[in-house]
Design a protein around this ligand. Structure first.
Ligand SMILES: C[S@@+](CC[C@H](N)C(=O)[O-])C[C@H]1O[C@@H](n2cnc3c(N)ncnc32)[C@H](O)[C@@H]1O
Length: 276
């Protein structure tokens, strides 16, 4: 890792110099603690020479940590006010940072890279879950990305890594776990952010695993949508509207009196396989 980088001003100075008052509408909560940022940048593993997509670099705190780790960073930022501080970072790390002004919701990462890349982001909360589900929903598997390291509100992070039988377990857990490994990598206290959000945050790390054979994403989504759409109801009620749903439970020997949250990810995959 490059531990010494030329004359990087403290992030608080960067914010002051460029008048970057945090915009609530853009979900801006900035991280200034460089040690914390370095620890976040270390979660994906060695990044030396690796391509990284960062969504929402803001004034560039996480960006500089990724650059220090030796990554080749592409950053998508919507707020034009953040472009000058990011341009300064480009000068300090020549050829290592590409900044794209735009809405990450409208840019397919695959169009930005040849070959593998990692995604690392302190996500804007208003679009975080939508971006995340988009990255996990592609038909192509393994995807072009090698890992996702993403900051969420802790409650959302817990839903992503949730286990069956818990109230947090639902569609997000199944989406994140049926062909990936998902783990809670770090909790981040609200006081680490400026301004501090109302709730705690946590970082999840996702790495692709082997996709189970014979199951389509679309069918699995239909089943989990129906099952968790009425999560308090028994499966015999909630899966009524899914053609072949009740027969599939019988075929697989799954008790129709069970509720969605008691089914393991593998059981959902088995249902999806029969219906696919
Ligand atoms: C929570 S802040 C994180 C800032 C910085 N990475 C940090 O950790 O201090 C989220 C950032 O995402 C940007 N942003 C919000 N919506 C976006 C979108 N749709 N596409 C790209 N960037 C977006 C915001 O302007 C903001 O800079």
């Amino acid at each position: 890792m490059n531990t010494v980088e030329p004359s990087l001003p403290p992030l608080r100075e960067v914010i002051a110099k460029h008048g970057l008052s945090a915009s609530k509408a853009l979900g801006q909560n900035f991280l200034f603690d460089e040690q914390l940022l370095d620890r976040i940048a270390a979660i994906p593993g060695a990044l030396e020479g690796q391509q990284v997509l960062e969504v929402g670099p803001g004034p560039g705190g996480l960006t500089r940590a990724l650059l220090r780790a030796g990554a080749q960073v592409t950053a998508i930022e919507m707020d034009r006010r953040c472009l000058p501080p990011l341009a300064e970072l480009e000068e300090i790390f020549p050829g290592k940072l590409r900044v794209i002004e735009g809405d990450a919701m409208k840019i397919a990462p695959a169009t930005l890279f040849e070959g593998a890349y990692h995604i690392v982001a302190n996500l804007p909360y208003n679009v975080g879950t939508a971006l995340f589900t988009g990255w996990l929903s592609g038909e192509e598997w393994p995807p072009q990305w090698r890992s996702l390291t993403l900051m969420f509100q802790e409650e959302v992070a817990r839903r992503i890594v949730a286990e069956p039988g818990t109230s947090a377990y639902g569609r997000l857990a199944i989406l994140a776990q049926w062909r990936s490994r998902a783990k809670l990598a770090m909790k981040v206290h609200r006081s680490a952010f400026t301004p501090p959000p109302k709730v705690m945050s946590a970082i999840v790390q996702i790495t692709p695993a082997e996709a189970p054979q014979g199951v389509s994403m679309r069918v699995l989504e239909r089943v989990t949508e129906a099952a968790f759409g009425q999560r308090r109801k028994m499966l015999r009620q909630s899966l009524k509207g899914v053609p072949g749903g009740l027969d599939t439970l019988e075929t697989l020997g799954i008790d129709p009196q069970r509720r969605a949250e008691t089914l393991s990810v593998d059981e959902f995959v088995s249902i999806g396989r029969v219906l696919s």
